[in-house]
Design a protein around this ligand. Sequence first.
Ligand code: ITT
Length: 193
Amino acid sequence: MITKLVMATNNANKLREAREILAPLGIEVLSQRDAGADCEPEENGATFAENAMIKARAVFEIVGLPVIADDSGLCVDALGGRPGVYSARYAPEGQHCAKLLDEMKDVPAEERGAAFVCNVALLDGDTAEVFAGECRGAVGYEKRGSNGFGYDPVFMVGERTMAELSADEKNKISHRGAALRELYRFLNERNGE
Ligand code: ITT
């Protein structure tokens, strides 16, 4: 069973969450920097899965160890699934939530549904797999909470925003938690074969 994975990401929050989710399952997650890979490949894929694989491959070519990469984003029903794979590029740093709230200002409550989507790519020798996770919720009306990152302060799950959940609460229901638990199941089954 694999006990160490390199995560191809430059996002410290993704790395922290992957560690919180995988450490209790006995998997250590190294950052790409710790593994000696300083790169930021162009994410020019059309899907989360393609972009996750692009990032994983770039780091795998450098480190030659089992690598995972996370491509994720927010898909808003009323915006036809936008910003989706463009979630990181949707607005300048720090302005994503404000821009989304503005774009959604005239959308009624019952049409504010959205989903966080995460695809995790695994590259390990001749294994190339992608695991998907989703978390459904709704776009709120104002920023609330200071936990998490990115769109969390405007993503409602029930009465609270994702940024008002503890790390444990978020990881239990998040798109990233779901995808990484699928990855863990795969590694476990492969081990048992
Ligand atoms: P790497 O590509 O280096 O991993 P990145 O931040 O550029 O880091 P993405 O290209 O996958 O990552 O973009 C993800 C976008 O979706 C980014 O704007 C995040 O803020 C947002 N996002 C993803 N997961 C999220 C989460 O759990 N909570 C809030 N926002 C999230």
